[in-house]
Ligand binder design. Structure first.
Ligand code: LLP
Length: 381
């Protein structure tokens, strides 16, 4: 079913490069990134006609080689912290730097202006208290359109219960403070969440922001966020880029005065990365069969945090029938340290290499040293 849902895409790169991956896993758990896949995704996005500018949300994967490929493809970089901004500033010019933090300290905004980045605000507080940093500047304003979307509650970023974005009922106050500080709002921004597969989503966001832009007189750009999903469940349908482009072109024709910006993260890198882990121990308990590997939620926290589903294959036994039902677990002292539950795999043995797919986005980026276990090292091919 998974293969079917992926059609007509070719088989994933990692099936073709099995031998190489088995070698790479010899010295312990590894994240492996296929740079050609990143390049392909970047080119596919850049080929769309409606968007004017792309900013890669580097929080998804900030490996230097991955960033270099993306910068070379002509995308800008969307950053949410000063360290991200400093990394990005080494790769692209200031006109390709976008700073979109949330509850950042004053000094980070000042540093971002000093670097020439386009800065996004999403609260009144900075204007109320840090006038010296914002006086006379030009900024983007992130608004909360009232609802969120995405693959899990924890990645939806809209509505009063979410900490992101300026509430629409505070727009007048924001405008008043901006006038006082001679601050120009040159763009509006909204990002409703992550892992969205419905191509119509971004059209709606553009329409709502373009309507709000009528209340400002210097808006030049509309940033409709990221969130471009990749199929993450066996029956998910991939995002239809051609449909996305057509819908964006249509709504842009209604508001041709604005530049259209997007800031995807996951879409560029998720499928380009895999996590390789070696089987350490096997266990039988009641009706359950456990296969333990040498890394877990310290490398990939997404299954524990969002119940995210990642395809798992036994790379050492690709040709054998997958007829044993396993709980695939890591070595971390938490019951939630499960990489995949109820997975059919060939009978596993210690030393086998398991591949956890679609781990290029928010994998290594969210890794930790929990239990003092170093997360999987990263390599690129
Ligand atoms: N723009 C803003 C303002 C964001 O907050 C994010 C992601 C993006 C763009 C990029 O979103 P993407 O295109 O990658 O969906 N750790 C979660 C995802 C959290 C996303 C955080 N913000 C996960 O593993 O699913």
């Amino acid at each position: 079913l998974y293969a079917h849902a992926q059609a007509p895409q070719a088989q994933p790169w990692w099936r073709r490069r099995r031998e190489e991956l088995l070698q790479l896993a010899r010295d312990g758990a590894r994240y492996v990134y296929d740079l050609a896949s990143v390049r392909e995704r970047a080119a596919a996005l850049r080929a769309l006609k409606a968007p004017d500018r792309w900013f890669y949300a580097l929080k998804a994967n900030s490996h230097p080689a991955v960033l270099a490929v993306i910068a070379e493809a002509g995308l800008g970089l969307e950053c949410v912290s000063l360290p991200e901004l400093e990394l990005a500033a080494g790769l692209v010019g200031p006109e390709r730097l976008l700073f979109t933090p949330n509850f950042a300290p004053q000094a980070e905004y000042a540093a971002a202006f000093a670097r020439g980045a386009r800065v996004t605000l999403d609260n009144l507080h900075p204007l109320q208290h840090w006038g010296e940093t914002f006086r006379g500047r030009a900024v983007m304003l992130r608004v909360d359109l009232g609802s969120g979307r995405g693959h899990h509650d924890k990645v939806r970023t809209g509505g009063a219960g979410s900490k992101f974005g300026l509430s629409l009922d505070q727009l007048d106050e924001f405008r008043r403070l901006a006038r006082e500080l001679d601050l120009a709002v040159v763009g509006l921004h909204a990002h409703l969440g992550s892992g969205i597969l419905d191509s119509g989503h971004w059209r709606e966001v553009y329409a709502q922001l373009a309507a709000l832009a009528q209340g400002f007189n210097r808006v030049e750009a509309i940033n409709i966020g990221g969130g471009l999903g990749v199929p993450s469940q066996p029956l998910d349908t991939p995002l239809d880029l051609a449909a996305l482009d057509a819908q964006l072109a249509e709504i842009k024709a209604a508001y041709p005065q604005f530049e259209l910006w997007l800031e995807p993260g996951r879409y560029l890198v998720a499928d380009a990365g895999v996590l390789l882990a070696r089987v350490t121990q096997l266990k039988r308990k009641g009706d359950y069969r456990y296969v333990g590997v040498d890394t877990g939620m310290n490398s990939l926290i997404r299954p524990a945090l969002y119940d995210a589903w990642h395809e798992i294959v036994n790379l050492s036994r690709c040709d054998e029938a997958a007829d044993t039902l396993y709980q695939v677990v890591g070595p971390i002292c938490e019951s939630g340290d499960v990489l995949g539950s109820n997975r059919r795999l060939p009978e596993c043995a210690d030393g086998d290499v398991l591949l956890i797919a679609q781990a290029g986005a928010y994998g290594a980026a969210m890794a930790s040293h929990y239990n003092l276990r170093a997360p999987a090292a990263e390599v690129v091919i």
